[in-house]
Design a protein around this ligand. Structure first.
Ligand code: SAM
Length: 229
């Protein structure tokens, strides 16, 4: 077979595989497409695993209904699905997602649910008139600059009740990989980011769990917001 036939065969195989993937899992396919378009903001090529999602909601499960729950960066909704399964009468779940296409998908999937509000905006702009018992974020913080992270962490803290919790993901090895690939300026920014995470976690009561069954494996940080800030 000539080289051109091999190239045609390879391209056809890739095309058919992508079509099958999109046909059987539209959400994952859209998520991957959004990653190609906005890699920094989307932050991952596959949605969070059910095991990681279940870990993220542990502090929520430890509180009593009726609760206010906030999910930030819902993407195609793998964590939303797990939260919804555990909603009890009187609970309110607010979902905030910055990407308009993913937000439209979330409205199609969860718009029917009376206890759920879907808000298409950056979390920095979300201003409810109440605070949350449990805040769950899968924003890819490590992909952002220190300047972008500082207001997001501040906002997550402000939105959460004293005594409530902020749970968020940090991919294992993400910081080390960034340091390895960074030039001098980027390396300084990685140090600033790590200092911001340390300050946030040390200011409150933080418990960290490793979840290997996720792509990539991830830490789940549970930050218990202190009653006196
Ligand atoms: C790593 S993906 C996680 C998606 C999904 N929750 C999951 O677990 O698979 C991060 C999501 O956060 C969203 N995001 C990033 N920055 C955001 C911000 N400032 N406010 C709200 N959502 C944001 C992205 O659009 C993306 O959907």
């Amino acid at each position: 077979m000539s080289i051109w036939r091999w190239i045609l065969f390879g391209a056809t195989t890739v095309f058919v595989s992508v079509m099958l993937y999109c046909y059987f899992s539209f959400g994952s396919c859209l998520f991957f497409a959004r990653f190609l378009y906005e890699p920094g903001q989307t932050g991952s090529i596959v949605p969070t695993s059910r095991i990681a999602a279940t870990e993220l909601i542990q502090p929520m499960l430890a509180t009593q209904a009726p609760r206010h729950i906030l999910e930030v960066g819902a993407g195609t909704g793998p964590v939303t699905e797990v939260i919804v399964e555990h909603l009890q009468p009187g609970d309110i779940l607010d979902v905030v997602e910055v990407d308009d296409e993913l937000c439209d998908l979330l409205k199609q999937k969860f718009g029917y649910h009376e206890q759920l509000g879907i808000h298409c905006m950056p979390v920095e702009q979300w201003q409810p008139d109440y605070q949350y018992d449990a805040t769950i974020s899968t924003i890819p913080l490590m992909n952002l600059t220190a300047e972008q992270i500082a207001p997001i962490l501040k906002q997550l803290e402000t939105l959460t009740k004293p005594g409530g919790s902020v749970s968020y993901l940090e991919y294992i090895g993400g910081a080390e990989l960034k340091k390895l690939l960074a030039n001098k300026d980027e390396s300084e920014d990685v140090q600033k980011k790590l200092a911001l995470f340390d300050a946030f976690q040390n200011k409150h009561d933080t418990n960290t769990v490793s979840v290997m069954a996720n792509v990539p494996p991830t830490y789940v940080h549970h930050v218990g917001i202190k009653k006196s800030r």
